[in-house]
Design a protein around this ligand. Structure first.
Ligand SMILES: [Zn+2]
Length: 318
């Protein structure tokens, strides 16, 4: 029921209802409504200026949650990256080393990875730095995993070939202990018996009786069997695979020819004095990846006593 307003009339001594014209009523109502609206707007904007709306609160909470999740993801990615680096290091130092495979360089293992410039699309995002960091690390993981899987493929292949590798790598003496008298020249720097100058000696010299059998020290293929009056004289060069070659020089006779497949312990010739030699001896070299190495490290078939006798039985240079 609408409220009615009354006014006191002193003449009639009574209260009389006030009659407000309809138009004025409407105008009053409109003004009231407008004022209410302005007050409401002021209250609303003041409130939202100082306080968050429920929707804003939800968005802010979601945003904080997203940041926490991103940071967690970044940490997990970083952990995976570190773990992968450890596997890479183990691969180079242990797995590949066991099978005598070349180590994979750090540049190849981490190569092919773009910088932050690849992720310009993240530039305008909130947390763009974090996103770029995660994307970059994920790229690194993808590349490292690819290289690592290739390396494992190679190692698996080498492991399957291990039996062959064991019988191929030079591992015995090229001359029987009973047949050689002494070692007259070790691997390394020594005085040249001809020029008396310091010169690097690429192998080990075993003196012995002419005609003593010389044995292949591992399975392989003969790549050279030459007769010469100079340098190495008559010599045999064997490729054992797996990066290994052996050379047997100053031979008296050669029992093999290029292309022959030979087995460890097979006679490839006899001890002699051909080429640049001061007396009957075998010059024996072990070459690994085109680099000469000390053959003494490759004699696995000797007893400790035999080895000590061989090493101590050094004669003066001739
Ligand atoms: Zn020599």
């Amino acid at each position: 029921m609408a409220k009615r307003k009354f006014r006191y009339n002193p003449q009639t001594l009574s209260f009389e209802p006030i009659k407000v014209p309809v138009l004025k009523k409407f105008t009053n109502l409109t003004i009231q409504f407008g004022l209410s609206l302005i007050v409401a707007a002021i209250v609303f904007f003041s409130y939202t200026y100082f306080f968050d709306t429920p929707k804003e609160k939800i968005l802010k909470r979601d945003n904080t949650e997203a940041l926490v999740k991103f940071e967690l993801l970044a940490r997990q990615v970083e952990e995976s990256n570190k773990l992968l680096s450890e596997i890479q290091s183990r691969d180079n130092k242990i797995y590949r080393a066991i099978f005598d495979a070349d180590t994979i360089s750090t540049s190849l293992r981490t190569g092919g990875i773009g910088g932050a410039t690849h992720y310009e699309e993240f530039d305008n995002f909130s947390y763009s730095e974090l996103l770029i960091d995660i994307a970059t690390k994920l790229d690194q993981i993808t590349w490292k995993t690819y290289i690592q899987s290739k390396s494992f493929d190679e190692v698996i292949g080498l492991a399957k070939n291990k039996e062959k590798m064991i019988v191929s790598i030079p591992a015995i003496q090229p001359i029987s202990v009973k047949d050689f008298g002494r070692i007259s020249g070790y691997f390394g720097n020594r005085t040249d018996p001809f020029t008396k100058q310091k010169r690097f000696h690429h192998g080990v010299d075993f003196t012995g009786t002419t005609g003593s059998p010389i044995y292949a020290t591992g399975n392989g293929t003969v790549i050279s069997a030459k007769h010469s009056f100079f340098g190495y004289g008559n010599f045999v060069l064997v490729d054992h695979g797996f990066g290994y070659k052996t050379r047997y020089a100053h031979l008296n006779s050669v029992a093999v020819k290029p292309g022959d497949t030979i087995t460890r312990g097979q006679i490839i010739g006899t001890l002699g004095n051909s080429g640049r030699s001061t007396g009957p001896h075998l010059h024996y070299e072990v070459i690994h990846r085109n680099r000469v190495i000390d053959p003494l490290n490759y004699f696995n078939d000797m007893t400790t006593e035999e080895y000590e006798r061989m090493v101590s039985n050094v004669a003066p240079m001739d």
